[in-house]
Design a protein around this ligand. Structure first.
Ligand code: MLT
Ligand code: MN
Ligand code: ZN
Length: 310
């Protein structure tokens, strides 16, 4: 099974268009300790031809150009993208759907009822897309969490409910319901190997702890190093927790959570905000991650689980 990181940054990307924090300024100047990143999304395939996108980032067109496998060119109009799975309705995870409007047939879209509701009301992308090829909605259930995606045979997907936050434009902002945010376990059925993807994880709960404990790879929320990171830089009055993200440092932080997992578990951070000091390869914070056996995802990173027949 193939997993490809299409984008590893949080909303805004890296550098963010209007940001002059030390990270954004340095990457613009070509500092070799930093690498530019697009907004978070991964692609999953069993055969190397048919790919599921998990989240559709506003940077999707650049991401498709950077990954030739997504353009197999078997017909005059063709794509390797067979479906999209959404973790939430945040702008950085859904607006790429608009860029897929030239499809000939409705786009298979896997999302919870809450996320689909958001995309029919407060951010009505599904309504807009109905004037193009439209979407073929597949509702995800928290009570029957396993599902399959045609074209990705031999992969089992399992919805993991997460506590994070609903988007700023949602009527459920600051009072999210189960299903507003999910993670997904992606299992290569033949080998039983599993990856947990959870780019927006605000709080540890039994279901996510269980999914982490049984995963071979955890690819999880790396938004902020400090809970007050944006406040400390004078960039926002919100903490990471306010936005639904568990910061890495401090008691109960993501480093502690990941350090408790078995040594053989591969631990990778994704959805990294442009303010996060781990973006600098020579920072003490990055050294602390490395010492804890934690990697930082990068655009183009490839992960293979089990056997790969493609
Ligand atoms: C988030 O992850 O909290 C959001 O994507 C923030 C944003 O919309 O920029
Ligand atoms: Mn985000
Ligand atoms: Zn910045």
């Amino acid at each position: 099974m193939h997993i490809r990181v299409l984008g590893s940054a949080a909303g805004g990307g890296f550098p963010q268009w209007n940001c002059n924090c030390s990270n954004c300024a340095a990457v613009r100047q070509g500092d070799p300790a930093l690498t530019a990143r697009t907004q978070s999304s991964i692609a999953v395939s069993r055969n190397g031809q048919d790919w599921l996108l998990v989240n559709a980032s506003p940077d999707i067109l650049a991401q498709v150009r950077a990954m030739p496998e997504l353009q197999p060119a078997r017909a005059l109009r063709d794509s390797g993208i067979v479906a999209v799975l959404l973790m939430d309705a945040q702008i950085d995870h859904v607006t790429g759907l608009l860029m897929l409007r030239e499809r000939r047939t409705a786009l298979p879209l896997y999302a919870t009822p809450q996320v689909l509701d958001e995309l029919n009301t407060s951010l009505p992308l599904v309504r807009v897309l109905s004037h193009y090829a439209g979407v073929e909605a597949h509702l995800l259930s928290l009570t029957e969490p396993d599902f399959a995606v045609p074209g990705l045979e031999d992969i089992r997907f399992t919805v993991i409910p997460l506590s994070s936050n609903a988007p700023p434009f949602s009527p459920r902002r600051d009072a999210p319901l189960p299903g507003d945010n999910i993670g997904v376990v992606i299992e290569d059925i033949q080998s039983g190997q599993r990856l947990l993807y959870a780019p927006g994880l605000g709080r540890m709960e039994p279901a996510v702890a269980q999914a982490m404990a049984t995963a071979d790879v955890v690819l999880v929320d790396g938004t902020c190093w400090r809970n007050d990171e944006m406040q400390a830089l004078g960039l926002s009055d919100k903490t990471a927790a306010d936005m639904g993200h568990l910061a890495q440092s401090g008691p109960g932080g993501m480093i502690e959570v990941l350090a408790a997992l078995p040594k053989r578990t591969r631990k990778i951070l994704i959805h990294i905000n442009n303010t996060n000091p781990i973006l600098r390869s020579d920072s003490p914070e990055r050294a602390a991650l490395t010492a804890a056996g934690i990697e930082v995802a990068w655009d183009g990173m490839a992960i293979t689980l089990g056997s790969s027949n493609g």
